[in-house]
Design a protein around this ligand. Structure first.
Ligand SMILES: Nc1ncnc2c1ncn2[C@@H]1O[C@H](COP(=O)(O)OP(=O)(O)O)[C@@H](O)[C@H]1O
Ligand SMILES: [Mg+2]
Length: 246
């Protein structure tokens, strides 16, 4: 379970301080597919970067299975990071390395044994249905295929949660559907908690059981997707849902 209490983050922008996150509170349970939706600049990526420890918040707590990850020492942090897999919009693959090597990379860093890595790479590539491309380079793959590799890599260390920042925003409609279906299947098969950050309502609708709407660094609405979508209360939610008569 991921529990966030009173999380805030400010940046020094060109025109003074920018409040990217303003007193964020949320609970995400094991097995949830949680959508976090908001317009550009709302604070979505900053939130994901704080949860994955790529960014340090100014205040607040992030509890993962009861431990506040903001209080961990260096060594504990490295372990905690392995519990979280991250998937980015632009895949962030190593372009000079093969698909198999990209997926092996986090396991090599974790110090896993070579034969074990090889076996696990094969398993993961089968899971994301790209095992026939193990020796290809990212440049030889389509966007959807690259994102499958990125998902396999994110799962390499058996994370409890998979955090995806706009995972389908660079993909066409059909490929988006396929990648979302893959995430849903992973959630079902491995019970991995999935957090999807997006500005696309359709992506949330397709696979998220819960959704939180973020606006100007604050959550303005959250709940079961079906409730929020059938009865949106905030103007931003209505706008994202495409209702013009607000
Ligand atoms: N490193 C940074 N330095 C200064 N401002 C930042 C930085 N990162 C994000 N911001 C600002 O914080 C706000 C939230 O950004 P971000 O989390 O990237 O939004 P989103 O992902 O929802 O589009 C924006 O106003 C953005 O300009
Ligand atoms: Mg973003």
């Amino acid at each position: 379970m991921i529990k966030i209490d009173n999380l805030s983050k400010r940046f020094n922008g060109k025109n003074g301080k920018v409040t990217a996150l303003n007193d964020i509170n949320i609970e995400m349970y094991d097995g949830d597919i949680f959508g976090i939706i908001g317009m550009s600049g709302a604070g979505k990526s900053t939130l994901l970067r704080c949860i994955t420890l790529l960014e340090r918040p100014d205040s607040g707590s992030i509890f993962i299975d009861g431990n506040d990850i903001l209080t961990l020492n260096h060594q504990e942090l490295r372990k905690a990071r392995r519990k979280m897999g991250v998937v980015f919009q632009h895949y962030n693959l190593l372009m000079q390395e093969t698909v198999a090597k990209n997926v092996a990379f986090p396991m090599e860093i974790a110090g896993m044994e070579k034969s074990q890595i090889k076996k696990r790479v094969q398993e993961l590539l089968i899971l994301v249905n790209i095992d026939d491309k193990a020796d290809f380079y990212p440049t030889q793959l389509s966007g959807g295929q690259r994102q499958r590799v990125a998902i396999a890599r994110a799962l390499a260390t058996n994370p409890e949660a998979l955090l995806c920042d706009e995972p389908t925003s660079a993909l066409d409609a059909l490929t988006t559907k396929q990648v979302l279906n893959l995430l849903k299947e992973i959630n079902k098969r491995l019970n991995t908690t999935i957090i999807i950050i997006t500005h696309e309502m359709s992506a949330v609708k397709a696979i998220c059981n819960k959704v939180a709407v973020i606006n100007e660094g604050r959550f303005v609405e959250m709940g079961l997707t079906k409730d929020v979508f059938t009865n949106p209360s905030h103007d931003v939610t209505k706008m994202l849902l495409g209702m013009e008569d607000i």
